[in-house]
Design a protein around this ligand. Structure first.
Ligand code: NA7
Length: 549
């Protein structure tokens, strides 16, 4: 490092090859990959340890909604053999144990600085370097910067007046305390009935003195049918990991689950009913796999929605509560489908009360509780499960400045843009993992993370081999990609619900589906072709001596 090089930009910087922001699944794999390539790396992580969302989301009942076998790294056959999953859908403590096991096993922590939030990343055009600063006073420079900041890392408080005035315990799902929380004998309120709220409600419902569920939009949720994995099953999986991974890579969602080529209206009503009953019994996301057109054909979708509404009536004893729990007005599967164990049964407990905020809206939060139009509900504890500024929130939360002072905030003001979810025009050598214009939340985040890091490594090898740097997509390539994304989004019912997928949960945020909905396997094909075609969608600059010093 030559300090005099950086003097004109302020504090002297530590010179690295690759800076990695975030130590969730994507960031950890990036740290491993680039260390193994012999590069000088530094990871930064705002949390106190590895794990990303699984580090923060310690709320009771937190659990992955993909099979654990799928929701795990594939890059290390050794780790696959050494780690043994206990449950079909692992709970947060098991997931965090796994993540820590990987970090220890590969000795990753020494490359990651924890409790450190990156505050800016600025491209130094003259020197072809990213200059990254943190809230701990670090200043680093590297030709490559990888934003492994994840789609769900900026939690969102509800826009309800008076939140700060509440005198009871205020808990946020996404920043849950590390110490155990007792609900016994307490009047607890929860706002939010997405995946997070549902998991919390079913877990703490039986533990609370009383639980008040403030529900605005009901979610569709289906039985998870979680179970412990038997030693025989685990042994079988360990023998077959190679083919399991292969199947995941070649699937639409980056994971193995039933799919069908059968259209909903190609079979008789009686057959449909029987297929849906079977899928309900099997649990998980089998329901989505019963027919090929459930996210394309609104009428087919409504039949399945009505089937689930019928199940709610069967499970919830009080007809008015059952009615209020039935989602209406948006397609099933357009919001993230939830998987539950005892969610609907929870509402049969005399101590659990559903407050339907569609007909009785929340007016404000007071010192004592939540004031609805119908009156105040006094609470000892209020839990917020009100979601995230998803997909774009993390990168828009700090200054990311590319060529000519261009910021990500400006470029994404009217919605995320980018090429292949991996890069953005105007931001040379800035790579994203699980970026908002890739499959992001619509595919297994671990398969996508591994894919993205591998793609970045291949692109870096290409630059090295050709003596190039400052890689970025051409504006025309980015336009073409966004047109593909938009055309696919037009076809899918996913655009038809107000969700974080389309930015609808954040006031003033640009609306629209920017995620690639063509399926993981097709996404991989686009990325592979972009590389194999000789990176013609990208421009490069010759590496200058100064930048590689
Ligand atoms: P979600 O799915 O965005 O759910 C947030 C919930 O919070 C949802 O029910 C919202 O109701 C509710 N919410 C937000 N603001 C308010 C206000 N002001 N009043 C009442 N209710 C409100 O987040 P999750 O954390 O559950 O899940 C995120 C992802 O994690 C999920 O998709 C999985 O991928 C895992 P609304 O729908 O806005 O009426």
């Amino acid at each position: 490092m030559n300090d005099s090089n950086t003097a004109h930009l302020g504090a002297p910087a530590r010179r690295l090859d690759v800076i990695i922001v975030g130590a969730g699944f994507g960031g950890m794999y990036a740290v491993y990959k680039f260390r193994e390539l012999g590069l000088a790396i530094q990871g930064f992580e705002a949390g106190g340890n590895v794990g990303g969302v699984w580090y923060w989301n310690r709320y009771p009942g937190a659990r992955v909604d993909l099979p654990s076998i799928d929701y795990s790294y594939a890059f290390s056959p050794e780790i696959e053999q050494e780690w043994t999953w206990k449950e079909q859908f692992a709970a947060q403590p098991e997931l965090l144990d796994y993540i820590n096991f990987v970090a220890d096993r590969l000795d990753l922590r020494k490359h990651i600085q924890f409790n450190t939030r990156v505050t800016s990343a600025v491209w130094d055009e003259a020197r072809q370097l990213w200059r990254v600063t943190t809230d701990q006073g670090d200043v680093c420079e590297a030709p490559i910067c990888i934003m492994a900041t994840g789609p769900l890392s900026i939690p969102k408080d509800p826009e309800i007046p008076g939140l700060a005035s509440f005198k009871g315990d205020l808990l946020r799902a996404a920043k849950w305390p590390h110490q155990p929380v007792s609900f016994a004998g307490k009047r607890v309120g929860i706002i939010g009935t997405g995946s997070t709220g549902i998991q919390i409600i079913q877990e703490i419902g039986p533990q609370c003195g009383e639980l008040f569920v403030f529900q605005r939009t009901p979610s569709f949720t289906m039985p998870m049918r979680n179970e412990e994995l038997t030693p025989d099953y685990v042994a079988e999986v360990k023998r077959n990991y190679k083919s399991i991974r292969e199947a995941a890579l070649n699937s639409a969602v980056g994971g193995v689950r039933p799919t069908s080529t059968r259209g909903f209206f190609t079979v008789t009503p009686r057959q449909r009913q029987s297929l849906l009953e079977d899928a309900w019994k099997q649990g998980g996301l089998n329901m989505l796999g019963t027919f090929s057109d459930l996210l394309l054909n609104e009428e087919a979708n409504e039949h399945v929605a009505e089937f689930v509404r019928g199940k709610i009536s069967e499970m919830v004893k009080d007809p008015a509560t059952a009615e209020a729990l039935k989602p209406r007005g948006y397609p099933i599967f357009a919001r993230r489908p939830c998987l539950d164990n005892t969610y609907y049964d929870t509402f049969n407990l005399p101590t659990v009360h559903l407050k339907n905020c569609l007909v009785d809206p929340i007016l404000e939060i007071t010192e004592r509780g939540v004031r609805l139009e119908s009156g105040e509900v006094e609470l000892d504890m209020l839990i917020l499960a009100t979601g995230y500024d998803g997909l774009t929130g993390a990168l828009m939360a700090f200054d990311v400045v590319g060529r000519g002072g261009l910021t990500v905030n400006e470029v994404w003001k009217s919605g995320a843009r980018g090429h292949l979810g991996l890069m953005m025009a105007g931001f040379p050598n800035l790579f994203l993992t699980t970026g908002p214009t890739g499959p992001a939340a619509l595919a297994n985040i671990i398969r996508t993370s591994e894919h993205d890091v591998d793609w970045i490594a291949t692109a870096m090898a290409h630059m090295d081999a050709k003596g190039l740097t400052a890689m970025e997509p051409t504006p025309a390539a980015e336009d073409r990609w966004m047109a593909i994304v938009a055309a696919l989004a037009e076809r899918t019912l996913v655009s038809k619900a107000k969700t974080w997928y389309v930015g609808a949960n954040v006031e003033g945020k640009s609306q629209g589906l920017t995620m690639f909905t063509g399926g993981f396997v097709k996404y991989r094909e686009y990325c592979r072709t972009a590389a194999e075609a000789g990176y013609t969608d990208f421009t490069f600059e010759p590496a200058r001596e100064m930048a590689t010093a």
